[in-house]
Design a protein around this ligand. Structure first.
Ligand code: SF4
Ligand code: SF4
Length: 335
């Protein structure tokens, strides 16, 4: 159902809904960018629509709302353990179609990739409603159209912002708040149909790609900082930490903390052996996971083409170029 709002009337909708929901959206944090006097756009809690950054791609993705950077799984002492209390409120995430599509990828990894569902992820995920912000222009380095993630139809609300008006298509049981404050309006969602960056995904990946010398370039250029994986909406690797409290060593907590396949030590095992010591091997692992291994298992590509990895790499390594190289080599080898 379609509605139109002024900024004020839309904020009244949010005010009504906020009794039962927390809102997360891209938000500009002044002065907290990588360089002095620069800002950063991150996913954070917002209270009103005016706090949402609409003009710039967020540096970090919304994945951290349901897959926190650091998450305490339980507290323990010598007698047992307790899980942290959770907030009963639902979660509304305002995001672009590519990021909305990334949640399906996270679901595959945390819920459908083994005999057990990840209950910590599931307890946050089931509270989520997705409000898609229309994206018809895209941003630098985006290649969502090539990845087929420029569209997202399974939204709870779809939002278009034009000058001082907001129009929405709402599918959800939050409808009463929209009916109360909005006026009925025609609304047909629109999606970006072309990006400046285009990527060709190889249909058939020849096995020789895995040992090809193309990966050597990354051994020389990559500095293993892990930025590309931290900003990626579909990267899910984590490590575990048991923290023992200083004042009572029998008490503590178990946390899971984001990790990265691109950094030193990630594949090191007991005895000191490292399965992927070389940075080119790590790039190969990451790239082929995004456009090959995941697809073999779940039937579609993991990468959603948000371009954040290209945005943040301090060595100007382009993931979209890397995919195109794999495709060109595959075509060459397959004939
Ligand atoms: S690999 Fe790069 S472009 Fe693809 S989803 Fe991750 S950050 Fe976005
Ligand atoms: S951001 Fe660039 S330099 Fe850092 S790990 Fe990723 S590819 Fe390597």
């Amino acid at each position: 159902m379609g509605f139109e709002f002024t900024m004020d009337s839309f904020n009244k909708v949010l005010e009504d809904i906020s009794k039962n929901f927390i809102f997360y959206a891209p938000r500009r944090i002044p002065g907290k960018g990588a360089f002095s006097d620069t800002d950063v756009v991150v996913y954070q809690e917002v209270e009103g629509f005016g706090q949402i950054e609409l003009d710039e791609k967020s540096r970090f993705s919304p994945k951290e709302v349901i897959n926190p950077i650091t998450q305490t799984l339980f507290y323990f002492n010598e007698n047992g353990y307790t899980e942290p209390e959770t907030n009963n409120k639902g979660i509304i995430i305002f995001c672009r179609p590519c990021d909305a599509n990334s949640f399906k990828r996270l679901d595959e990894i945390f819920l459908n990739n083994g005999p057990f569902k990840d209950s910590y992820y599931e307890s946050l995920r089931r509270k989520v409603k997705i409000f898609v912000i229309e994206c018809v222009q895209g941003f630098e380095n985006c290649f969502c159209v090539s990845m087929g993630t420029n569209r997202f139809d399974d939204y709870d609300a779809f939002i278009r912002v034009a000058e001082d008006r907001i129009t929405c298509d709402v599918k959800d049981n939050l409808l009463p708040a929209f009916v109360k404050h909005g006026i009925s309006a025609e609304m047909r969602p629109d999606f970006i149909s072309e990006n400046a960056v285009k990527v060709a995904i190889p249909d058939q990946v020849n096995k020789t790609i895995f040992t090809h010398e193309m990966w050597r370039e990354y051994s020389e250029r990559c500095i293993a900082c892990g930025r590309c994986t931290v900003v990626c909406p579909t990267c899910t690797c984590f490590t575990m930490q048991d923290i023992f409290y200083e004042d009572n060593h029998k008490c503590g907590e178990r946390r899971r903390v984001w990790a990265s396949c691109m950094i030193d030590g990630f594949t090191e095992v007991a005895g000191g052996h490292d399965f992927r010591p070389d940075k080119g091997m790590r790039m190969r692992f990451k790239a082929m996971h995004k456009i090959y291994d995941f697809r073999k298992r779940f039937g579609y590509n993991m990468c959603v083409g948000c371009g954040r990895c290209d945005d943040v790499c301090p060595e100007y390594i382009s993931f979209s170029n890397c995919i195109n190289k794999v495709s060109a080599l595959s075509r060459e080898v397959n004939g």
